[in-house]
Design a protein around this ligand. Sequence first.
Ligand code: RIB
Length: 317
Amino acid sequence: MILVAGSANLDFVVQVQHIPAPGETVLGRNLAFFPGGKGANQAIACARAGGATTEMLLALGDDWFADPIEDSLSKAGVWMHRVILPKSRTGAAFISVSDDAENAITVAPGANSGLSADDLPALGGFTHLLLQLETPLDVVTEYARVAQEQGVKVVLNAAPAQNLPPELVAVIDVLIVNEGELALVADHDGDVASCLDRVEIPCVITTLGSRGCCAKTGDNIIVQPGFTVQAVDTTAAGDTFCGVLVAALNQKQPLETALKRANAAGALACTRLGAQSSIPNRADVELLLQDDAPGDNTRAEALRAYCGFLPKSRPGD
Ligand code: RIB
């Protein structure tokens, strides 16, 4: 059983030709609303992956923003531990999505900032706790500490990027980051390999956009090339990756298989507009896994080289 503790937002999305630069105004297309938030997206991805009971601890305001979020989570089969904060607004995110599928996101955390250490439900029966950084860092740290004490595996997606306190780093079993987040956690701006060498967490997984992902567990390195899709909107691709990965780990799949499945689901999430609206179900992921063969040696070798995992050649070699 998986517990996701984290944020839920209502996403206000506008498609634009390009993301506005500071000080620039751009005319976009129609406004659309989607249930989102990194925590809720990851809970939905876990649930749609199938095979694992998923529950979520979330904080909501007493407003209509909460309705589509609750509806989406319950339709996906996620059991909710709700904290309702009547004086707060439900979290909201303002998202511009460009014609080349990139996005820029500003979050107004609202009720997400009101989640407290006392809100954590009893952890009996849970195997994994999945956390992100859109709720207060001291609360995330406390949840992780309690989970680790009770033998629940702690998985942290360190997004949005923040420095991690040592007491949090000490209790993480699996860290999932993109390249920018990895550089911040490692406090280093070298290649992926050199950043990974500086992070003392048993398993660190780095997502590398369309290139794929890599994982380091002790001295063992796994690279998993990405799947090729026609991207429309990359929002929630990382969240989808995290949720599907944890669902696969919960089912005791080998890390290599879990990474491939998470890559496939993350790629599919890029093919549709919106956050939770884009998260694929198990059947869609199975289809892509059958159709596409991203694991060929050339692409894996290119990914190894990109990350800096190939031995450096010496002059004269
Ligand atoms: O990771 C995507 C999510 O980030 C969006 O759904 C938005 O709500 C922000 O939390």
